[in-house]
Design a protein around this ligand. Structure first.
Ligand SMILES: NC(=O)c1ccc[n+]([C@@H]2O[C@H](COP(=O)([O-])OP(=O)(O)OC[C@H]3O[C@@H](n4cnc5c(N)ncnc54)[C@H](O)[C@@H]3O)[C@@H](O)[C@H]2O)c1
Length: 247
């Protein structure tokens, strides 16, 4: 039986890249996303690569739904070896404009989602003897973002929360489960992003490696952390930004 990887937000963008990278390494994939048509497309791509795929249309902020999905994965496939907490969304509102609901929602999508899926899937990982968890933080967690960037304080707070959660859970879940997070800089996804569209060449001048990132740049590192067995890395946050020193 193949190993199983769960990727939240796996329908498009960086999550889709992670799903592809894990499929290349022989994992069967479970995708969780709000976007049913995009998820169906990605599922077709993964099945075309010769692996199996389950899809769940769900909001990662929903705690009960995460538990129900874990129960369904256990019933159908009986195992979970890797969890990639990728689903997330920036909130461009500044401190005086952001409503309480918008703040709560940003924390729920980006940070509480990690709690939801880690709590739901750890028991199944443990039944199989252990596993690997990788969560998607952001360079914003380190830099706080800057005024010209789309992501502001609530997003930075949520992504920084992922780093703290990762450090603490590495102690709690080891040695059976290793957990890390990655902090991408500017990544140009297939739907594009307004920052790279409007300022791409200008941004690249302030990145040591001379370009913005691609989903595959992140996916390669995620797949290494998730699939390289054994490795001796847990509790870490790893920047994937081409060394972006000022934007
Ligand atoms: N693109 C970047 O420059 C960049 C940089 C740093 C971190 N990130 C992080 O990487 C992750 C992926 O971002 P992306 O750029 O690929 O974005 P994207 O919008 O292309 O993909 C995000 C995916 O997550 C899904 N999603 C969003 N909210 C959800 C929810 N509540 N429930 C279920 N699914 C949900 C979306 O439908 C989408 O398929 C996010 O956590 C993002 O914060 C992105």
């Amino acid at each position: 039986m193949s190993k199983v990887a769960v990727v939240t937000g796996g329908a498009r963008g960086i999550g889709r890249g992670c799903a592809h990278a894990l499929a290349e390494r022989g994992f069967d994939l479970v995708l969780v996303d709000l976007l049913a048509p995009e998820m169906a497309r990605t599922r077709g791509e993964l099945e075309g690569m010769g692996v199996r795929c389950l899809t769940f249309e769900a909001d990662v902020a929903d705690h009960a739904r995460a538990k129900a999905i874990a129960a369904e994965v256990e019933a159908q496939w009986g195992r979970c070896d890797v969890l990639v907490n990728n689903a997330g969304k920036a909130n461009p509102k500044g401190i005086l404009d952001c409503t309480e609901e918008e703040f709560d929602r940003t924390i729920a999508i980006n940070l509480k989602s990690c709690f939801n899926y880690i709590q739901a899937f750890v028991p199944l990982m443990r039944k199989g003897g252990g596993g690997r968890i990788v969560s998607m933080s952001s360079l914003n967690a380190h830099t706080g973002g800057v005024t010209s960037a789309v992501s502001k304080f609530s997003y930075a707070a949520a992504k920084a929360g992922i780093i703290g959660m990762t450090r603490s859970l590495a102690k709690e879940l080891g040695p059976e489960i290793a957990i890390n997070c990655v902090c991408p800089g500017i990544i140009e996804t297939e739907v594009g992003n307004s920052l790279t569209k409007s300022r791409g060449p200008e941004l690249a001048k302030k990145i040591a490696l001379g370009r913005v990132g691609k989903p595959a740049d992140v996916a390669r590192v995620v797949a290494f952390l998730a699939a390289e067995q054994p490795n001796f890395i847990t509790g870490q946050d790893i920047k994937i930004d081409g060394f972006q020193w000022e934007i």
